[in-house]
Unconditional design. Sequence first.
Lengths: 114, 117
Amino acid sequence: KAGVTQTPRYLIKTRGQQVTLSCSPISGHRSVSWYQQTPGQGLQFLFEYFSETQRNKGNFPGRFSGRQFSNSRSEMNVSTLELGDSALYLCASSNQPGPYNEQFFGPGTRLTVL
Amino acid sequence: AQTVTQSQPEMSVQEAETVTLSCTYDTSESDYYLFWYKQPPSRQMILVIRQEAYKQQNATENRFSVNFQKAAKSFSLKISDSQLGDAAMYFCAYTGPSGGSNYKLTFGKGTLLTVNP
């Protein structure tokens, strides 16, 4: 069974631009969560989607948004990029919603904001 | 907000020996889950072990075991017979009960484990 895939793997943007990241979960998994990983703040939860509905949200500004499609693929969008948004963005899928369940992580998208 | 503290930024162990990684957490909840996730260099993060707070018995997965001390809010990971493939960043994580404001994974800053041959 194929693992979680994320595209693109690397991205360079400039301040003020917007970006969209994509995540394809493991086949059969309907829950997708997003995390931001930075050296300073560590790993932080962004949001979780299950069956196209946002189930939970972390403490990030409204510039960070997401959605999930009927095939469980998910996208994350960041608008008006800031230097501090440079990070590794990880996507994780699970067969059931909620952090109790084992999260299967993707390789991440490395976003650099110049 | 809940906090998870890993006081050892880096640890090293000789192959075949045992190492213990420390984790403490702060919570006022009685029902929660604790996890250890492993992030190998340039590879996906994977779940190592999971502990439910209401279970007194410490979780074990092959060479990996935890020492869960609920009163002390401590959750250490013991790796026995360390192997080169155990080299990774290890993250301790916490989640509160369903429906609560802490129903999300809160991670510690991680411990980088080096395994020496």
